[in-house]
Design a protein around this ligand. Structure first.
Ligand SMILES: Cc1cc2nc3c(=O)[nH]c(=O)nc-3n(C[C@H](O)[C@H](O)[C@H](O)COP(=O)(O)O)c2cc1C
Length: 368
């Protein structure tokens, strides 16, 4: 059992030592939006993953909508990311960083001075979000980006991608899932623009594809992946007519650009509409480079997906929070430690490391 999961895979220029991917997870430990030595230690502890996709990281100041998330658009942030890349590479691991521009899922209180909450259209998301100063606050109404600003932002993604590779990271994942800026352009509820970036399916896809083009031009298609969450409703996205056709179009266009991988959040949940069953097979046919599937996997289910050919690599999120040696544990069939949700996005009373770098590896746990 579990032969394929632990077998090596080629991802563009990189050889991955197994098919276990650490899914991107915001952990909010980057004070001043700069990842420090503690963040490097955390990712270093998890370097036995075939590939780490580091947490959502803003490619521009307006994208820093959550408290304590990292950025990657200035020298200080790039130096922090170099610590992270070095810690993972010292253990022979591989690491991409995820570019997450939060768009309308942000708050003025979380943003640095001079930054603002922007989005495709001035449509607020329903719900609330955390701020360190005033706890939960309603999502604000964002300011709609002008057409010129949208074009500038495409270039900011490319600049940030260059910085990422210069810092030693192995590549970049573009976060076009879970209701953040890129998906805000894709979805007609959040994108009500009347310029070339809104309206038709082609127009709603345009920003994402222009960002993909610019990042590919900056760092190469072999270092550029992209994440999608078709049918996702997180962050007030909501579904609409023609979801499968739209995502199939996107996948086809991403394949034309030869992106190294497409990372899908598996939409097949128990309460999903019937058409959802067609989504992964359709996207798999349209996108023929590496496909990653994430969402509620364990070793058995992951192996079944690999054996059936539905995916090439499998992303694990929460299990990696509380099991730094998840790969070794799954290989040994050992029990997994459960994570403490209270410290997923916030440090514990003992400090930033609590619930972050203090989960022991199996060998350490047995000794203590
Ligand atoms: C604490 C936490 C933070 C997350 N942050 C991100 C993120 O920054 N970017 C992203 O694409 N997904 C994020 N996710 C979603 C995960 O990547 C993954 O899709 C999800 O946890 C489901 O996989 P799992 O069942 O293996 O945990 C986050 C999930 C958790 C639990």
């Amino acid at each position: 059992m579990s032969d394929k999961l632990f077998s090596p895979a080629q991802l563009g220029p990189l050889t991955l030592r197994n098919r276990i991917i650490m899914a991107p997870m915001t952990r909010s430990r980057s004070l001043g939006n700069v990842p420090g030595p503690l963040v490097a230690e955390y990712y270093g502890q998890r370097a036995s993953a075939g590939l780490i996709i580091a947490e959502g990281t803003a490619p521009a100041a307006n994208g820093l909508g959550y408290a304590r998330i990292p950025g990657l658009f200035n020298e200080e942030q790039a130096a922090g990311w170099k610590l992270v890349a070095d810690a993972v590479h010292a253990r022979d691991g591989r690491i991409f960083v995820q570019f997450m521009h939060t768009g309308r899922i942000g708050h003025d209180l979380n943003l640095p001075a001079g930054a603002e909450v922007v989005a495709p259209s001035a449509v607020a998301a329903a719900g609330q979000m955390w701020t360190d100063q005033q706890q939960m606050q309603p999502h604000p109404t964002p300011r709609a980006l002008t057409t010129a600003e949208v074009k500038d932002l495409v270039q900011e993604f490319a600049k940030a991608a260059k910085l990422a590779v210069e810092a030693g990271l192995d590549g970049v994942e573009l976060h076009a899932a879970n209701g953040y800026l890129l998906e805000q352009f894709l979805n007609p509820h959040s994108n009500q623009r009347t310029d070339e970036y809104g309206g038709s399916a082609e127009n709603r896809a345009r920003f994402v594809l222009e960002v993909a083009d610019a990042v590919v031009a900056a760092i190469g298609a072999g270092r550029t992946g992209l994440r999608l969450s078709p049918w996702g409703t997180f962050n007030d996205m909501g579904t609409y007519e023609g979801v499968n056709e739209f995502y199939e179009y996107l996948a086809t266009e991403l394949q034309r650009r030869n992106l190294v991988y497409l990372h899908l959040i598996n939409p097949e949940t128990p309460d999903a509409p019937a058409a959802v069953a067609e989504t992964v097979p359709r996207l798999r046919r349209a996108f023929t480079n590496t496909l990653i599937l994430s969402g509620d996997y364990n070793a058995t289910r992951a192996e079944a997906e690999l054996q059936s050919g539905r995916a090439d690599l499998i992303g694990f999120g929460r299990p990696f929070i509380s099991n730094p040696d998840l790969v070794e544990r799954m290989k040994a069939g050992a029990e997994l430690t459960q994570g403490d949700q209270a410290t997923f996005y916030a440090p514990g009373p003992e400090g930033l490391h609590q619930g972050y770098t203090d989960y022991p590896a199996l060998a350490e746990a047995q000794v203590s």
